[in-house]
Design a protein around this ligand. Structure first.
Ligand code: FES
Length: 167
């Protein structure tokens, strides 16, 4: 990984955009990777624009690595204004393109973001948990990732990051 890329990933992960739960989201998707144990949840809100239903805003929460946070940050910015099918046509490579090409060992981190987006937007997908209600209807925000973690033994310290500001 080049120094420039390391810096852009560090910058995006230290000050991530669109971090936090979204109330009244239209779609929610959660995915996890068994190989590294990382999880990512994405919330999506749509709006009507020029007769098209486009993504108004997307937010995320993750127990993931620095690269996953950086990719989720740039991806949630990139998909604004796109329809669900336009966003679904984007690969992890495209979603992370603002950070430059990822090294092979970090490609799965971008895949985690792509899978979370697919889980939220594509009800027919094998990884989907959520459906896209019509505009005006809202799905349940669902529990936070922290709500779903139950320590099996010992103590677990979870640091919650602040909610993303409501526009
Ligand atoms: Fe698991 Fe990056 S190491 S998502």
């Amino acid at each position: 990984m080049s120094d420039d890329q390391t810096q852009s990933i560090e910058a995006a992960s230290k000050n991530p955009k669109n971090l936090g739960e979204m109330e009244n989201a239209d779609a929610v998707g959660t995915v996890g990777r068994s190989d590294c144990g990382d999880m990512l949840r994405m919330w999506v809100k749509f709006k009507e624009e020029d007769g098209r239903k486009v993504i108004d805003r997307a937010t995320f929460q993750t127990f993931g690595c620095q690269t996953a946070i950086a990719v989720a940050s740039v991806a949630t910015e990139m998909i604004r204004g796109k329809t669900a099918s336009e966003a679904l046509s984007m690969s992890g490579e495209e979603l992370s393109s603002a950070l430059g090409p990822l090294p092979p060992m970090k490609i799965h981190c971008a895949q985690l973001v792509e899978d979370a987006l697919r889980s939220a937007l594509d009800p027919a997908s094998s990884i989907a948990e959520a459906s896209i209600p019509a505009l005006g209807q809202t799905s349940q925000t669902g529990p936070t990732l922290a709500d779903q973690i139950t320590p099996k033994s010992g103590k677990v310290k979870i640091t919650l990051l602040p909610k993303a500001p409501t526009p």
